[in-house]
Design a protein around this ligand. Structure first.
Ligand SMILES: Cc1cc2nc3c(=O)[nH]c(=O)nc-3n(C[C@H](O)[C@H](O)[C@H](O)COP(=O)(O)OP(=O)(O)OC[C@H]3O[C@@H](n4cnc5c(N)ncnc54)[C@H](O)[C@@H]3O)c2cc1C
Length: 416
């Protein structure tokens, strides 16, 4: 019998990949150093952002960045002692904040995001996890028309990808969503989106689907790889050596040190983000909202109303900072002035952010090691599609798609 394909990392990307690998007839073993779904996939905003293809690095960001950092009404934070370590990545990241690169990146991400609902549905179809997928609108709430028009560039790119919002203004705003305070006077409603009401529960349910379909999930931390004549022969874990011919690296933001073991230096940073869940809320929402004034997502979830957002740079080691959480509480209060709740849960998470905002999907040379990480703000949205792409690549299924935008070798060449 052939050795199972080892998938490292049991987040949304890893579990989706493992399920699709089973469905193309492969034996598969998923390894995670922790419980399933407890990495970044635990605490995201739950939005299936079909129109989420526009990167953060839109034109002009490099010039606006320092001002935004000091703006108390903008959710961008930096832990200053981290700046020297961040700087090389930041320079590369900001170099993409121009029209040509934004369009190129958006085109690549459209491949990953635009059919998210169909991709989640295909993953779930006929399984016990079907109940987790909610089809819904995704609504952008604005202070006024001027604020909406300031986002015209982004909405233009979304429209080019086939997503044009329906506009609601004036008193109809609170009719559409009574929980919104009077501060919101324009809604841009994106149809054909969706959300997941418990992202961690969802990934755990998918892991059960995987097991039911013959896959295996085990707890082990991968420390290194063993290669013979340039091909992977084993992974070295804290549970011992495990032989394999094919490995998939879906370790999100923690992929950087593992890539280093292969001689690849990937410009991958953590974009730290936060959520606050308002438990037993007095109000809930009809669907997820992007609150433009605070750039956070508010999503109705089984555990309460989850408000998630913030971009903070500061590395993986430091614990949560006070100011971003205070910002989130303040903006939630302004947006939903009548909201009451029993208690809150606070969470800090790590978006895996490659400097060019495109995930790394494909094989590392001819090593037999494949990558599926770097999904930034859209990993829940794009995990199932990524998994399907990887399974097709690994099974040598013919495809007329061009995957070069996601080439994991695009930053550096491996050591010879
Ligand atoms: C505040 C916030 C809000 C967000 N909102 C949304 C949203 O609404 N919609 C959306 O689409 N995306 C959203 N995202 C982004 C999304 O959550 C991520 O892109 C996605 O979860 C990444 O999934 P992953 O499977 O790549 O990584 P992870 O979920 O982080 O999984 C990686 C796994 O690898 C394991 N691992 C790491 N190193 C090792 C090792 N050496 N050995 C074994 N296992 C290892 C970890 O334990 C972890 O379980 C949000 C992110 C944040 C922070």
């Amino acid at each position: 019998m052939s050795q199972p394909i080892i998938v490292i990392g049991a987040g949304i990307v890893g579990i989706s990949t493992a399920i699709w690998l089973r469905r193309v007839g492969k034996e598969v073993l998923v390894l995670d150093r922790a419980e399933v779904g407890m990495g970044t996939s635990y605490g995201n905003g739950g939005v299936l952002a079909a129109s989420g293809m526009v990167p953060v690095t839109s034109p002009g960001l490099a010039a606006k960045g320092p001002k935004l950092l000091l703006d108390k009404n903008f959710p961008l934070y930096l832990r200053w002692p981290y700046l020297p370590r961040l700087y090389p990545w930041l320079r590369k990241y900001l170099s993409h904040a121009n029209d040509a690169d934004t369009r190129r990146i958006a085109k690549g991400l459209t491949e990953i995001t635009s059919d998210t609902i169909e991709q989640h549905a295909a993953l779930l179809s006929g399984t016990t996890a079907e109940k987790w997928l909610t089809h819904s609108d995704y609504t952008f709430a604005y202070k006024d028309r001027a604020a909406f028009e300031a986002d015209a560039y982004t909405f233009g790119l979304r429209a080019e990808a086939g997503f044009t919002p329906e506009i609601i203004e004036g008193a109809a705003v609170q009719e559409y969503e009574p929980a919104l305070g009077k501060g919101a006077t324009l809604l841009a409603v994106m149809k054909n989106h969706g959300h997941i009401k418990d992202p961690a529960g969802y990934v755990q349910a998918l892991a059960e689907v995987l097991k039911a379909e013959g896959g295996e999930v085990r707890q082990a931390e991968v420390k290194d790889f063993e290669l013979v004549e340039g091909r992977v022969k084993a992974v070295i874990t804290n549970q011992g050596r495990m032989e394999c011919e094919t490995v998939v690296l879906t370790t999100g933001v923690w992929s950087k040190p593992l890539m280093k073991k292969l001689g690849l230096n990937i410009p991958l940073e953590t974009e730290r983000g936060y959520h606050v869940v308002f438990k037993n809320p007095s109000q809930t929402l009809r669907n997820p909202f992007m609150i433009a004034a605070g750039k956070f997502v508010a999503t109705p979830m089984v555990g309460g109303l989850r408000c998630a957002g913030i971009v903070e740079f500061g590395g993986l080691k430091a614990g949560p900072s006070k100011a971003p959480l205070e910002f989130l509480y303040r903006k939630v209060k302004e947006t939903f002035p009548a909201l009451k709740y029993e208690s809150t849960e606070e969470w800090l998470g790590h978006r895996p952010a490659p400097a060019d905002s495109l995930p790394l999907i494909g094989q590392i040379g001819r090593t037999g090691i494949y990558t599926g990480f770097g999904h930034h703000h859209i990993g829940l949205t794009g995990g199932p599609k990524t998994g399907r792409m990887l399974a097709d690549i690994i099974a040598n299924k013919r495809s007329n798609r061009d995957f070069t935008a996601f080439d994991p070798m695009r930053f550096t060449k491996p050591k010879s």
